[in-house]
Design a protein around this ligand. Sequence first.
Ligand SMILES: Nc1ncnc2c1ncn2[C@@H]1O[C@H](COP(=O)(O)OP(=O)(O)OP(=O)(O)O)[C@@H](O)[C@H]1O
Ligand SMILES: [Mg+2]
Length: 200
Amino acid sequence: MKDYSIKDQIYCYENTLILKNKLNIKNKEELEIVETKITSFKIAELQKREFKEYNLNFLFFKNLHKFIFEDLFEWAGKIRIIDISKDSFKFAHHIYIEKEASKLFNQLKKENYLKNIKKEDLIKKISHYITEINVLHPFREGNGRTIREYFRILLQNLDYKINFNIKNKQKYIEAMIESPYDQKNLIKFLKENIKKLEEK
Ligand SMILES: Nc1ncnc2c1ncn2[C@@H]1O[C@H](COP(=O)(O)OP(=O)(O)OP(=O)(O)O)[C@@H](O)[C@H]1O
Ligand SMILES: [Mg+2]
């Protein structure tokens, strides 16, 4: 995935695009390899677990990011304090994230984390929430992985399985890039890749 093209004094080593990290790696390729290794391991750990008894609120979402990234970044689990963009898309101004994300997760809670609704409506709701959370892009890095894990868990709690495997990741990213303007391809992607567990 293309990186955020911003040099910032807060998150990056001076005059580089390399994120300050706990391992003090200052080489971009090396950091990428180590980051992929560590986060893949953490995500595999999450995928062995059940979260049926958990409240999937904003704190849970932040804790997911913390769990996946805490060996790499000091700010794991904390929302960003600068503004970022990808390609030409500017994500939410950082001062709005806390308030707007709290609203979204409260709404999800009000909707009982999407329990007991039919699949067609579930897919539309998931598309809406994924799009909105992505537009906020709460963290300096790692939003894609955290959002995917969060919705994988939410769906797992409803006895659904979502397939974000390597083969269809590109399709997902393209649908995400389009989603702030048009959710049609995201809805299509979700329809094709969400299955009730016993359907197989
Ligand atoms: N141009 C764009 N406009 C809107 N959303 C985008 C754009 N490009 C990428 N995205 C979304 O941002 C996510 C990447 O965000 P980020 O780099 O913070 O997370 P990541 O976990 O490192 O990435 P990845 O999803 O590639 O594993 C993608 O998964 C996609 O959903
Ligand atoms: Mg990234």
